[in-house]
Design a protein around this ligand. Structure first.
Ligand SMILES: Nc1nc2c(ncn2[C@@H]2O[C@H](COP(=O)(O)OP(=O)(O)OP(=O)(O)O)[C@@H](O)[C@H]2O)c(=O)[nH]1
Ligand SMILES: [Mg+2]
Length: 332
């Protein structure tokens, strides 16, 4: 990335990642173009942004004129500390995983292409929830167009591999190949390509499934050999909650959020029931924004209790909370 990108640029880039309509994409790209530092090092990026904007403008205009239908999108409201897209080939056990880890009840069946539309569920992790999204399978020939946006917008992708049959490894490879034909790819970390606007990587954890079956261990060894993806691997049996603890924690950790508890100025105890979560490195002002917009705009100071400060330390709006801090925000 070129140096000195402003926080506003990064914010717009993050929103661009989550945009689900061309209008939203256009709005974000326009902010990015406005915010990008204008110097030699960013010339290529600037011209990419401009051509992308002009193409999107044409698309939006064309759609308006033709009154035409766009490809069906899929808008899911983000909830909880973050979102994990559960993806994989047919029959890999995606729906079973969501069934075991959340209270959602997607249909699980011993034949492929059972799931037709994405279905979210909330997975508890200590005192927070993570949104898991069950999705239809991806194969060489079957790829719902909205899956790109869904994977791009997710904080993490859980790639399930069916170790219950010999085709599972090949199906996984086909999925990766299929995504590599698009600008939505799987990566070790979530990031944007520096050279190519719109090309995004979503960090991925691999979950080879059905380890309870007799030949699964052998297939797992084969998978490691044939598919050296470089993503962390968590072998599981999706139907057996006892095998899912490591994956569950890894999903939460991958979000890289901190939990912040709030306390009212005159209350003795904080609200321990429902922490707010923000990406690690966010400021206390961003937490205040989550609590209430007015609280952020009227922010005066805050007191903090936690591991990195003395009790009741007074901080300004640029304080960066640590996990499990208790904060007391004072407004003007
Ligand atoms: N033995 C075993 N079978 C499993 C496990 N997880 C899922 N299955 C079985 O695998 C089959 C497919 O499971 P689903 O959860 O429907 O798979 P899916 O990935 O959602 O499939 P599609 O929706 O068709 O893409 C079902 O018969 C499940 O009972 C597991 O851990 N062990
Ligand atoms: Mg399913």
């Amino acid at each position: 990335m070129p140096a000195n990108l402003t926080p506003q640029y990064k914010k717009a880039e993050e929103e661009y990642r989550r945009a689900t309509t061309p209008e939203d994409e256009l709005r974000c790209l326009e902010v990015m173009l406005k915010e990008i530092p204008k110097h030699k090092g960013t010339e290529k990026l600037q011209s990419d942004l401009k051509s992308k904007i002009s193409k999107l403008k044409k698309d939006v205009e064309h759609e308006r004129k033709s009154g035409g239908k766009r490809a069906p999108g899929f808008k899911l409201t983000r909830q909880g500390a973050g979102t994990a897209a559960i993806i994989g080939g047919p029959n890999a056990g995606k729906s079973q995983l969501v069934r075991t880890l959340t209270r959602a009840t997607p249909e699980v069946a011993p034949y492929p292409f059972t799931t037709r539309v994405p279905l979210p569920g909330m997975m508890p992790w200590h005192d927070v929830f993570v949104q898991l999204i069950d999705t239809p399978p991806i194969t060489k020939d079957y790829f719902e167009p909205y899956m790109q946006g869904l994977i791009r917008a997710a904080d993490v992708a859980i790639l399930m591999v069916d170790l219950g049959c010999d085709e599972g490894i090949e199906q996984c490879q086909e999925l990766i190949d299929r995504l590599n034909q698009t600008k939505t790819r799987l990566g070790e970390k979530s990031s944007f390509d520096e050279e190519d606007i719109g090309l995004s990587y979503t960090q991925t954890l691999v979950a080879p499934n059905k380890m309870d079956l007799p030949e699964a261990a052998e297939r797992l060894a084969l998978f490691r050999e044939l598919c050296p993806l470089g993503f962390p691997i968590y072998p599981i049996s999706a139907a057996d909650a006892g095998t899912l603890e490591e994956l569950r924690s890894a999903i939460y950790r991958s979000l890289d959020v901190v939990r912040v508890y709030t306390k009212l100025p005159h209350a003795k105890e904080p609200d321990r029931e429902k922490p707010f979560t923000v990406r690690r490195g966010s400021t206390i002002l961003e937490v205040a924004e989550l609590i209430h917009k007015d609280l952020a705009s009227n922010f005066k100071f805050a007191r903090v209790w936690g591991t990195q400060v003395h009790p009741a330390t007074v901080v300004k709006d640029d304080y960066v909370p640590a996990d499990q801090d208790v904060i007391e925000v004072h407004a003007v």
